[in-house]
Design a protein around this ligand. Sequence first.
Ligand SMILES: NC(=O)c1ccc[n+]([C@@H]2O[C@H](COP(=O)([O-])OP(=O)(O)OC[C@H]3O[C@@H](n4cnc5c(N)ncnc54)[C@H](O)[C@@H]3O)[C@@H](O)[C@H]2O)c1
Length: 438
Amino acid sequence: MRTLTVAVCGYGNRGSIYATGESWFGSAMKVVAAADIRPERLALAKERHHLPDDRLFASGEEMLQKPRMADLMVISTQDQQHCAHAIAALEQGYHLLLEKPISTTLENCLAIAKKAKEVHRTVLVCHVLRYSPLYTKLREMIREGKVGDVYAVDQIENVGYYHMAHSFVRGNWHSKEESAPMILAKSCHDLDILPWLVGKKVKRLSSFGHLSHFTSEHAPAGSAERCLDCAVRMNCPYDAVHLYYEGNPEFSIKTAHNTEWPVNVLCTEPTEEKVLDALRFGPYGQCAYRCHNDVVDHQTVNLECEDDVTITFSMVAFTDRCTRTIQIMGTRGQINADMDNDYVTYRPFKGEPVQVPLDTAGIQGGSHGGSDYRMMEALLDHFAQYPEANGFLDAGDVLVPEVDPPVCVIDDTLRSHIACFAAEDSRLEHGKLMELNL
Ligand SMILES: NC(=O)c1ccc[n+]([C@@H]2O[C@H](COP(=O)([O-])OP(=O)(O)OC[C@H]3O[C@@H](n4cnc5c(N)ncnc54)[C@H](O)[C@@H]3O)[C@@H](O)[C@H]2O)c1
């Protein structure tokens, strides 16, 4: 198999996960260049992929001034940067693996899709759930008619109280202006996967949601600007010292000896000292009620699809775990699933409930219940079909994937983004009905 060469624009959390494909899939993939504005991330990329100095760039902009140096570019910078990086990379001839959201405005999303067509390049969007053992199994069972005709689906995105505080109150996605509305930043996966599962177009939707809790009015009496200085943090579930430093049995560096997510977002190659420093001076040490955040902490979307199928979706911060739970309701049975499990429960109306195992064989790493790994696997299979021209993969005629389930190309993904923008407009207009026909 030809080795797919990859340049990474934004060697942060996500970029470095996709780059790990190099060790998951042996010679099928090689990272040949990386760009990041943080020197410590570049140093990590250099060490992990044995990159020479002339293949390390202090920004995506700098890397994109150079002629094409890989088959594919991973665009894993922050939401607001995707559009400029993606368009420049397409112009240089790269195929793209583009992080979601495609971009933060509909106009920019459409511009990237248009540019990809013009230059005959493929843009795969990281809707990782499409590749997950869970959702591929659910889609297969629905298609086999296990539950008869599906008329209703109900999904909850359990954000997790700690994940909400980390990413959407203190962290990168706390502000609509700086990143994107919550429905796009967090739930574009859901508005993508649910119509995809039932194979129906969305006709109309409406949405409600609020930022209710993480506001200064809810700051506990006696609390301080930073958790390290707070006299009442012991009673607060959003205490950053407990989460990142000491006390949390799963995530804290001192108690759980965790150096992965979320502490590796506070600092590169975390140590106790570095984490304390980040809590003292950085955004992740702030009181969760004083973060100038504006994205919602709960939101619901109701979707009406063709053939009378209805979908209800809720994103909720106030859950103990970070997972997705789903109930699929058909005329002959129902399916219940939780992304934390490695099985789904199939309940035929005539017959006993059965636990159906998921196919997790061979998954070596990544997150999202094996989705990251499976996505990279599908990506390598997909590009293996492309012809080579001038030392790089061309597009040839292989722009439309023929495998099932297909890889997630940008044109397909645009539908979920249009639904997200409509849901946000609906929410802002107190649940106004939005006609879509996607
Ligand atoms: N597919 C998913 O499920 C999923 C999950 C989480 C995040 N995301 C998305 O992935 C993207 C990256 O998120 P992340 O968690 O990895 O964030 P991150 O902050 O860890 O990574 C972004 C990286 O980009 C670097 N950067 C900033 N400006 C740059 C520039 N001009 N040139 C090059 N590099 C630059 C930053 O230093 C950082 O290392 C976001 O768009 C986010 O919404 C997707």
